[in-house]
Design a protein around this ligand. Structure first.
Ligand SMILES: *Cc1c(COP(=O)(O)O)cnc(C)c1O
Length: 722
């Protein structure tokens, strides 16, 4: 596929025309295989220009574009000096990024350069073209890795390569979610096989149940850091073993426990095979916690006692919990674990009770299931929740493990989540800030100084911000109409209204995009239908709603929530002002968080550990309207967005639902709608724009993963001083 282009790193300053063309061609092939392009709009524009149709058709996948465009075509296209100049400038920016040595990480965490952080996560949601994440956890892992690269940290990621990815959602005649899976082809993705010195693919193995399973790994380049994705789809394996990594959290609990054994134990094995010696093992959520058993096993094999091995393992491991719901923590029947890990556990024979006890609050209670969070908490030297409130909830939930401590002494801290801001930019927003902030604005896009200027009218005027909002809203509406057009084509008459009459490019647009989990209360807005219809249908102050979200394939309750929203979008007075967009993924999320005026978040408190989607909108001028849960209660000051309720909640969930539904309607009609439609003679909503400025200046520099990863380095990654 590289044609006759040398895959080398020759300087771009060659002037010989033919050489330059080959270097640029080789550079594009190199760039297509490093996800750095996911946070650089100019790189994306180059691939789009090469083949606009493939770019759209293949979910913006540059590897597909490079496969589509022949070497001969590429050579001709690169003879166009204007296009060549664009390519050259992108490749220069890429090379500068890759070669940077004076990084924050080098200065502040040099020890990690030698012995990196190994970050284990069951999902990574880097981009719509690589759909191997189920939701927010995966998005967070990916954004974490991108910022680790930006900071120049010693860092590697470990995950699973799900051959069928996460499902694509479509909606059938009964408004019921239908799941379809497509096979991902590593050759058409930015993945390369992990190979040994001789260039042969590395095949590692481990015991599962009573046999051995073989696995290989794919390397994904994320800027300066690698992510290794484990894959059991090898001819050497039996059918069921080959299918182990087929689906994200696929199958029953046997499949799940085996996937988690593979991630944890296989991940450590793989690192050892590659000669990577991490100083920190970061378990991102309990799924990865079996890695600690492998670390203990290695130490037992080296002759340590169980107690010493356990203590030494604790020094290496850190843990982030994401789940404030008791039932959300992975728990396995100990018999199942002993079956799935039968042969692996043999060296632990003498310590059977101790090992099973690591997953129990009360090691002596034979009826207690094996809990991955308990295992992680018992084997990590540092643990944290993902917002201040979630830290508090976690300390209360797990105080049982430290019965002699007061709740506030339970050693679970908190580091509030963030998002990788540039990855959530759009071409419009990128150009908008570049024209004002200068060509190097991407280097400063996480900084206090950059965003402070959003409050300065001489840097960016009200008129410019308002024009930006119009462009982004229109883009979202056109995106939705196009999606609807495709959906309508599938159903014929009887579906939605014709796609060209829904949604109004000038109306206040409220977005709700998230997994259809019950606690997120997707239908809270419709608790009082006549009130919301009256509010939305005011001819002078119209309000419209865009919904999207997937339910877990086995979550019928979640699917019913989706069904209800779609039903209302077709058969209620809201029919032209409420739509449901199929297949919520990174692409839909990016369109929605940038195009909506208001991002709605109504979880049952305190169940949204942090939430991150609301952080993605600030740089686009989207305002948050949210329950005071997770991250939002830390930053909402009444002038940078809207609060539903206060920093408390009734214990009774029904009462909470009633209170929040009423409060949501009140805030919408008394605060949100009036502020949006309060226009001056020039038609500009000054008050609204003032809030946008406050939101940009207050949210973006703090709720990003650069700040978050720095906190991880300072609070947990760097070895504690003894
Ligand atoms: C950001 C994002 C999430 C997480 O959103 P929450 O606010 O945590 O619910 C989930 N899915 C996708 C596709 C996202 O982009």
């Amino acid at each position: 596929m590289d044609g006759d282009f040398p895959a080398d790193e020759v300087s771009l300053n060659h002037t010989n025309g033919h050489t330059q063309t080959s270097i640029l061609g080789a550079g594009l092939n190199r760039l297509a295989r490093n996800l750095w392009w996911t946070w650089n709009q100019e790189a994306q524009a180059v691939f789009e220009e090469l083949s606009p149709h493939s770019w759209r058709y293949f979910q913006h996948n540059p590897v597909e574009v490079m496969l589509e465009v022949s070497a001969a075509e590429l050579r001709v296209r690169l003879k166009d000096p204007i296009f060549a100049a664009k390519v050259k400038s992108v490749l220069e920016a890429f090379d500068v990024y890759m070669a940077e040595v004076q990084t924050w990480g080098r200065e502040n965490a040099p020890s990690l350069a030698e012995r990196p952080v190994a970050y284990f996560s069951a999902e990574f949601g880097f981009h719509e073209s690589l759909p191997i994440a189920a939701g927010g956890l995966g998005i967070l892992s990916a954004d974490h890795a991108k910022s680790a690269s930006d900071l120049g940290l010693g860092f590697v990621g470990l995950g699973l390569f799900y051959r069928e990815g996460y499902f694509r959602q479509s909606i059938n005649h009964e408004n019921w979610q239908v799941e379809t899976n497509t096979l991902l082809d590593p050759k058409r993705l930015p993945l390369e096989p992990v190979v040994d010195e001789s260039g042969a693919p590395v095949i590692a193995s481990m015991y599962l149940a009573l046999g051995a399973i073989k696995f290989r790994a794919w390397r994904l380049n994320v800027g300066r850091i690698p992510i290794f994705l484990i894959d059991t789809d090898l001819p050497e394996n039996e059918g069921p073993a080959r299918d182990l990594t087929r689906h994200v959290y696929g199958g029953d609990s046997t499949n799940r426990v085996m996937q988690e054994l593979l991630l944890g134990i296989g991940g450590v094995r793989l690192l050892r095979t590659m000669g990577i010696e991490p100083s920190v093992f970061h378990m991102n959520e309990g799924h990865a916690a079996f890695l600690t058993l492998e670390l203990i096993r290695e130490k037992l094999a080296a002759g340590m006692t169980f107690e010493t091995a356990m203590a030494a393992t604790r020094e290496e491991c850190v843990f982030t919990t994401h789940t404030p719901v008791e039932a959300g923590h992975d728990r396995f029947n100990p018999d199942l674990l002993e079956y799935a890990a039968a042969k692996f556990l043999r060296p632990f024979k003498k310590y059977r009770k101790e090992v099973i006890g690591l997953g129990r609050v009360n090691p002596d209670d034979d009826n207690e299931p094996f809990c991955m969070t308990v295992l992680a908490l018992k084997t990590a030297r540092a643990a944290n929740g993902v917002s201040e409130l979630h830290g508090r909830v976690s300390r209360s939930m797990w105080r049982c493990l430290w019965p002699d401590k007061d709740e506030d002494e339970v050693p679970i801290g908190s580091i509030t989540n963030g998002v990788h801001l540039l990855s959530w930019s759009t071409p419009t927003t990128w150009d908008f800030w570049k024209r004002r902030g200068g060509a190097d604005w991407p280097d400063r896009a996480d900084s206090e100084e950059f965003w402070a200027r959003a409050e300065d009218p001489s840097f960016v005027s009200d008129e410019e911000i308002w024009a930006l909002r119009y462009v982004l809203r229109r883009k979202l509406i056109e995106f939705c109409r196009h999606r609807l057009y495709i959906q309508n084509g599938r159903f014929g008459p009887g579906g939605y209204l014709p796609s060209d009459v829904v949604l109004d490019p000038a109306a206040l647009t409220i977005g709700f995009g998230r997994r259809a989990a019950t606690y997120k209360r997707a239908t809270l807005l419709f608790s009082d239908m006549s009130a919301i219809v009256e509010l939305a249908k005011d001819a002078n102050r119209p309000v419209q709603f865009i919904f999207s979200g997937k339910a877990h394939p086995r979550d019928d309750e979640g699917k019913r929530l989706i069904q209800k929203v779609i039903h209302l979008s077709k058969h209620s007075p809201l029919a032209d002002s409420l739509i449901f967009v199929e297949n919520y993924d990174v692409e839909v999320a990016r369109a929605m968080v940038s195009g909506c005026d208001v991002w709605l978040n109504v979880p049952r408190r305190p169940l949204e550990a942090s939430g991150t989607s609301g952080m993605k909108g600030a740089a686009h001028g989207t305002l948050n309207l949210s329950i005071m849960d997770g991250w939002w209660r830390e930053v909402c000051d009444g002038a940078n967005g809207f609060a539903i309720g206060d920093d408390s909640h009734p214990d009774d969930p029904d009462e909470q639902d009633r209170r929040d539904a009423a409060e949501l309607l009140r805030v919408l009609s008394e605060e949100v709608v009036p502020a949006f439609y309060d226009r001056d003679a020039a038609g500009i909503p000054r008050r609204w724009i003032q809030m946008i400025r406050r939101s940009m200046a207050g949210l973006s520099p703090r709720y990003n993963t650069r700040r978050m990863v720095r906190e991880y380095v300072e609070k947990v990654y760097l070895p504690p001083l003894h």
